[in-house]
Write a protein that binds this ligand. Structure first.
Ligand SMILES: Cc1cc2nc3c(=O)[nH]c(=O)nc-3n(C[C@H](O)[C@H](O)[C@H](O)COP(=O)(O)OP(=O)(O)OC[C@H]3O[C@@H](n4cnc5c(N)ncnc54)[C@H](O)[C@@H]3O)c2cc1C
Length: 355
């Protein structure tokens, strides 16, 4: 319906198999498979919109090859129904881990979350009311706010300063939900609010990970319905269990690796070449020198919605606000090039990190 109304030239059931760029003709060769038939496209520009959270990071543990149960990355999780009454171990403690643990618990699985390092948790209600309510809420709409104005307002604060505006929001959240956080920590959950207490959105921009927007799973962790093993690492898998660094052995029918996603240049490695992926470097992150976001400071999100070190290759991804807002800038840059309008670039981002 959306594609019809928007008159988009949309192909479903189509997978990009590979792509290469011809420097001489300044043209891409993009091989796709459409309904089982291979076709070659020759666009001037190529946008990888293959998901900022789309390239699974799958860990490698000793014994994964001998484990006789089922194991998969969170992105492959089929839902809880097949695991009623089974023993499940979920590796990780961020959004996907919480959602999957809660869903498994709801169908009666015996589920354990394995937490290696601390996670930021913000209750959805608190986040909406204290963090986003003035821009995105019914009362904001009543006060004359529109989605467009809200997106522009959010995007208007320079990344260099954004944490300064975020810290008081999370101070207020921490105060409002003090009992909740105390219960969670009493259960052994390792909690943080970011390196500088700037909370969820800065973690999202800096590292794209490390948080859970609580829609109920935290209560299950706090009251013990979801078992928790925290401050531990996985040592190995056996035929029927997960062995942890605290010496415990967790019997398991299912192991879910809720271990997150890698940089979008991983898609470039798969679809184009490892050389192009290295030339472009890491996508996302600000270079804030906080955990998992090494410096130097970049000024903007690495490689997103802007020219990259690979001519005519672009990356699009992110949350709904970013997709609505920054896709317009990307579209304008593409349109200008298609119309032959000069598009001088102030400077291409230097590559400091590969992934
Ligand atoms: C657990 C979790 C919770 C989230 N919660 C929120 C939230 O509450 N609010 C929010 O705004 N955002 C949230 N996000 C971020 C969310 O991913 C984005 O909002 C949105 O899904 C991104 O859309 P996208 O189109 O950029 O990427 P995706 O939705 O990941 O889509 C990428 C598409 O590319 C396709 N693709 C990949 N490779 C190929 C290929 N070779 N050929 C053809 N197609 C290909 C995939 O099939 C997929 O359809 C969440 C993400 C996760 C992981």
């Amino acid at each position: 319906m959306y594609t019809r109304v928007m008159e988009l030239n949309y192909w479903d059931s189509t997978e990009c198999k590979r792509a290469s760029y011809d420097q001489a003709t300044k043209e891409w060769t993009v091989v796709v498979e459409r309904d089982g038939v291979e076709m070659t496209l020759r666009p001037k520009e190529l946008v990888l919109a293959t998901g900022m959270s789309g390239k699974p990071s799958v860990p490698s543990f000793d014994g994964m090859d001998v484990f006789a149960g089922e194991q998969h990355h969170s992105s492959e999780h089929p839902g809880p129904d097949a695991y009623r009454g089974k023993k499940a171990v979920v590796i990780g403690s961020n959004n996907s881990a919480h959602d999957i643990c809660a869903a498994l618990w709801e169908v009666g699985a015996d589920v354990t979350m394995v937490q290696r390092s601390s996670t930021h948790v913000a209750r959805s209600d608190s986040l909406m009311e204290l963090g986003l309510g003035s821009l995105y809420s019914e009362s904001a709409v009543e006060s004359g706010m529109t989605t467009q104005k809200a997106d522009l307002t959010f995007a208007s604060i320079p990344y260099r300063l954004l944490h300064v505006f975020q810290i008081p929001v999370y101070d207020a959240i921490r105060e409002r939900d003090a009992d909740f956080y105390a219960r969670l920590q009493k259960a052994g959950f390792m909690l943080d609010f970011g390196d500088d207490n700037s909370g969820l959105f800065m973690k999202y921009l800096r590292r794209g990970s490390g948080y859970y927007i609580d829609v109920g799973a935290s209560e299950l962790v706090a009251n013990g319905d979801i078992n928790l093993e925290s401050d531990v690492d996985v040592v190995r898998l056996t035929e029927n269990a997960v062995v942890l660094s605290n010496g415990k052995t967790l019997p398991a029918d299912l192991v879910v690796y809720a271990t997150g996603y890698g940089s979008m240049n991983g898609w470039a490695a798969d679809l184009i070449s490892p050389e192009v992926a290295a030339k472009v470097g890491k996508c996302w992150g600000l270079g804030s020198n906080t955990t998992k976001d090494p410096g130097p400071w970049e000024g903007e999100l690495r490689n997103m919605w802007k020219p990259t070190q690979q001519e005519a290759l672009w990356f699009h991804g992110g949350n709904l606000h970013q997709s609505r807002h920054y896709s317009l800038y990307l579209a304008l840059q593409l349109k200008a090039r298609m119309e032959g309008i000069p598009t001088p670039v102030y400077g291409l981002q230097e590559v400091h990190h590969l992934s």
